[in-house]
Unconditional design. Structure first.
Length: 208
């Protein structure tokens, strides 16, 4: 049994190395730089092993998209040990973590967004992942601000993501710590605004 467990762990490690290599190549060279042979070389494994885990380049890209989806869900994962407002503030600050505000990571996101625009299959995966992120963020907003309807929470999540994406794109040009902090504060204001602020009341949009 110990041998089986060890082999399983080794397989997970090798597959993770392959995915990480593909992510690195995509961030540095775009989709044109990702092929099975290049990934094998970058990961330090045999080409046959890459082909064992991934049938072709498209299946490898799908795996990359799912990996990024998993990471994004962690950004808005609830923490039952913290009060709802603290959970939300933590989530809003995680997107500005030092490990995300790097040229390599932001370049990866740009390439993935471009892929989603160019391929219908990738677009569907990306859209579903984006929807899950928005729903999870809206849930955190609703827990911290129970006076909001679900629709209002989702609207705020939409508005926050616009700010977050703008922050990421701007960070590609150079990290401005003060601007990043202002962006985070802006998302907090959107999230925690009283129900009648931000264009909607307790039961949805309000006429001005």
């Amino acid at each position: 049994m110990a041998t089986t467990s060890g082999n399983s762990g080794e397989q997970v490690d090798r597959q993770s190395r392959i995915l990480e290599a593909a992510l690195d190549l995509l961030s540095r060279h775009g989709i044109s730089g990702v092929n099975m042979r290049a990934v094998a070389r970058e990961a330090g494994v045999a080409l046959g092993l890459v082909n064992y885990y991934y049938e072709d380049k498209a299946s490898l890209i799908r795996a990359i998209l799912h990996r990024v989806d998993e990471h994004d869900r962690i950004l808005v994962e609830p923490d039952p040990a913290s009060p709802p407002d603290v959970q939300l503030r933590k989530a809003l600050r995680r997107v500005a973590g030092a490990e995300l505000l790097t040229t390599q990571y932001l370049s990866l996101r740009l390439h993935l967004w471009a892929l989603a625009q160019a391929d219908e299959d990738f677009a569907l995966i990306n859209a579903a992942a984006f929807d899950r992120y928005l729903d999870a963020l809206a849930t955190l907003i609703g827990s911290a601000n129970p006076g909001l309807t679900r629709g209002a929470c989702r609207e705020r999540a939409d508005d926050i993501v616009v700010v977050q994406n703008g922050m990421w794109l701007t960070a590609l040009l150079g990290i401005d710590a003060a601007a990043i902090e202002r962006s985070i504060i802006r998302t907090e204001r959107i999230a925690f605004a009283a129900p009648r602020e931000n264009g909607h009341g307790p039961d949805g949009p309000q006429d001005s």
